[in-house]
Design a binder for this molecule. Structure first.
Ligand code: GDD
Ligand code: MG
Length: 366
């Protein structure tokens, strides 16, 4: 089985993290995000994946290569410009087989694609959408189906006035090649959600209500939630299986004078000073420094980031090489790559510091 992964969005809502790291390879619990998707696809018989990307494409290729580390043959297709979710599928037409999967490249999931394929066979659908139940459908593609599973309504992001529970488009489709003939010419901009799905209603568009874990990681809050869910084993992943066995994953060469509270992932070359506490639900990338007496909890610090003595960091994402001084308090914040926060600063409530921006000592206070 073949899969086309849509990963050409700019990931604007995950900025400033995605200002310098392409969303598909943003590290999640120490591994490139898309590696989770490749593993999941592999478990459901996908042998070949085509990654449709644009923004920061070379960096994606550098990290994921030919996919051999993840057990899937991986190739790339680059649009001349972002063609939209439907345009990207049409653009890949020469490479696509009779039946293939299409996936939004920003979901962490373990839903049963094999069962979705079986449902697709059973109904004889042209296109089967995986559906997932959420409390508020308004920010997603909302879907209503008849008893036989055929889709009777698809509304993309109906807006907050339509908030309420229901089934949403989970961004995983089984597609028959025939769908491509219903789309505009290759090279034009097409939204699969706004243009293709509404047209297919009544002509072979079906839904498959999936169970299991599903999350779109496209905002800092959801990125942290995804991290927690991997560490807490709420989603089935290879990393989670290793954590289940070991409690925390700590590289051999970590210099540890403080404590690690499970679950945590601490990568190569980290230094954790005297009396410092790292965890729970915390991920430190390679070469992260945590000063004496500091406390890092419910947070992610990416490669080379550092935090000074007696600082506290909670529910935050600290980008690669970002530096935080001594005695700082950082909560619900995101620092981009190489950003800096001087000593004795307080950063709270959704603050974001962009890559390379350095704030002097005591710059931000409550
Ligand atoms: N190649 C390519 N070209 N990929 C694109 C383009 C494009 O022009 N535009 C978006 N993508 C990719 C994104 O990188 C992402 O992986 C995926 O398509 C979905 O785009 P998002 O921008 O993340 O969409 P969304 O999250 O607002 O909404 C979509 O996903 C929801 C589930 O997470 C829709 O499909 C909704 O209907 C769905 O509920
Ligand atoms: Mg998304």
């Amino acid at each position: 089985m073949q899969a086309l992964i849509l990963a050409g969005g700019e990931g604007t809502r995950l900025r400033p993290l995605t200002s310098t790291i392409a969303k598909p390879v943003v590290p999640l619990a120490g591994r490139p995000f898309l590696s989770y998707m490749l593993e999941w696809l592999g478990e459901h018989g996908v042998g070949e994946a085509i990654l449709s990307c644009g923004f920061l494409a070379d960096s994606v290729r550098d990290v994921l290569g030919d996919g051999s580390d993840y057990g899937v043959r991986l190739s790339y297709i680059e649009e001349p410009r972002p063609l939209g979710t439907g345009g990207a599928v049409k653009f890949a037409e020469p490479r696509l087989e009779e039946r293939f999967l299409v996936l939004n490249g920003d979901v962490l999931a373990d839903i049963d694609l094999t069962a979705q394929l079986e449902a697709h066979e059973r109904t004889g659908a042209l296109l089967t959408i995986a559906l997932y139940g959420v409390e508020d459908t308004s920010a997603y593609g909302t879907v209503r189906c008849a008893h036989d599973g055929s889709v009777v309504e698809f509304v993309e992001k109906p807006g907050p006035e339509h908030a309420g529970p229901g089934l949403i488009n989970a961004g995983a489709y089984v597609v028959e090649r025939g769908v491509l003939h219903t789309m505009g010419p290759a090279g034009t901009t097409i939204s699969i959600e706004r243009e293709v799905f509404p047209r297919l209603i009544g002509s072979g568009l079906y839904g498959y209500a999936a169970s299991g874990y599903w999350l779109d990681i496209g905002t800092p809050e959801r990125y942290l939630q995804a991290t927690y869910d991997i560490l807490d084993l709420n989603v089935l992943t290879a990393v989670g299986r290793r954590i289940a066995a070991a409690g925390s994953l700590v590289a051999d060469d970590v210099s540890l004078e403080g404590h690690i509270i499970s679950p945590a992932v601490v990568d190569r070359g980290c230094e954790i000073g005297a009396g410092a506490i790292v965890g729970g639900r915390t991920v430190l990338g390679a070469g992260v420094t945590v000063g004496a007496g500091a406390h890092v909890e419910g947070s992610v610090m990416l490669d080379g980031a550092s935090v000074g003595e007696r600082s506290t960091i909670s529910s935050s994402i600290i980008g690669p090489e970002a530096t935080i001084g001594d005695r700082c308090h950082v909560e619900y914040a995101v620092l981009g790559e190489g950003a800096g926060l001087g000593s004795d600063s307080v950063l709270e409530a959704g603050a974001r510091i962009f890559p390379g921006v350095r704030l002097p000592e005591g710059a931000i206070r409550p």
